[in-house]
Each structure stands twice: as C-alpha cells, then as structure tokens.
Design a binder for this molecule. Sequence first.
Ligand code: MN
Length: 255
Amino acid sequence: MSTTIEQDGSGYVDTHFHLDLFPDPAALVAEIDEARVETIAVTNAPSVFPHTQSLARNSRFVRAAVGLHPELVATHGRELERMWPFLDETRFVGEIGLDYVIGDPANRKAQKDVFAQIIERCARYGDKILTVHSRRAASDVTSTVGDGFPGKVILHWFSGSRRELERAIGYGFYFSVGPAMVRSKNGLGLLAAMPRDRVLTETDGPFVQAGGKPAKPSDAAGVIGAISKIWREQPEVTKFVVSQNYTQMTALGPS
Ligand code: MN
C-alpha cells in the first residue's frame, strides 16, 4: 500500500491520454505496463467508458476516466445521466470541460449546463480527479469549478491568459503539459509561470503527435526533457518532481 512510483514505476506520468482511440488498445495497455507510465485514460462519452474500464482492469498503470467531451455535448449530451453510476466506479473523470471555439450560443449553454452538473456530482465524492479541457474557455471553466473544489482538478493543455492562469493557480488546480504545448512559444511561457508543484505531464494522443506519430504515454519522456530546459534542471530531477506531484495529487486524505 505504501509503494510509490519512484520505487515501482518508470516515474513518467501521462494524465491525459485517449487509449480507446488507438487501433489496438489492449496491446497498448501491455506496452504502458511494460514502460511503467502512470496513465489516465480519458474517454469522451459515458457509453464508451466500459470498454476502457475493462481494458484498464488488469493494468497496474492505466486508470480509466469517465468523461463527456465538450465538443460532443451536441451529439452525446443525452448520455449525461449514464455517467452518474460510473462515478461510483472510478475516481478519474475526463475528458470534460468547455470549448468555446464553438461559437453557437445554444451549444455553449448546453456545454456549460453539462459541465456544471458534472462538477456538482463530482464534488459530492470529495476525492475525484478531473482532467479538464478549457480551450478559449479558461475563465468559465475556472468559475464553474470554483475555488475550493473538493477533489483535484487538472487543466489539460492550458492555453488561457496569464490572468486566467493566476486565478486557476489560486484555486489550487494542476496543469498537464504535453508535446504540443512545449512546441509553442505561448505554451512555454505559461509553463514557466506555473508553480513546479502543480505541473504534470500528458500526451493527449492520438490528437497530438510526437516524433511524427500519434503520441503515446512513453512520449511523456520528451515532455519532461522540454520542461527540464525551462526549469534548468536535469531531466531526472524534473521527472522526479512531476512524479511526486502525481503521487501527491492521487494520495487520499487531506492535502
Ligand atoms: Mn484530449
């Protein structure tokens, strides 16, 4: 029970990965277990969660998250109620959030409504870990989650303003940094402004590429390399800090 990822794992972490969107997810689970990367496998709709849950069942490193992606609210919003029983089966929730690239006011309203309901349900548990999408919507995402959410919130691929970042930091959120973010000047600037004890790594594969291929959890190593340059630390030190952050975030009990 007192095992830690420094002792048992590679020390790499991928808190936002779309396992179910790869052609052979079962083989990938074996690969992740072999590489010993702590991985949160997000899903985009409640109806597809059981598949990922069954894939993760015998894995030591893959955790299945139940989600409803904001870009799918228009087509899959009716599945929201199917999420509630799954919240009894996993601590991990995602992909959820808001996406304001979509301009349609009715769609945005539907997204907000779904997201607010998910937050309210998750708050009842007190120990949920949320991986949250906030493209062009950082302000509304932060306001909807609120200050003092009872659980842990990871803003995935954060791309908001400095002011929005400061508020999210003030609310205690974590930030998962991925391959695309460390390739962008804006992303690196935001990373530099994040407290080191709030930084996690992600890949967001297959939506993001690494080395010309859909990113996999083992590509967290490249992200660690990029973060270590910003932090002016050895990659081993950066990896250790991020794995400690993950351990701390997932630890049960008061933090
Ligand atoms: Mn994603």
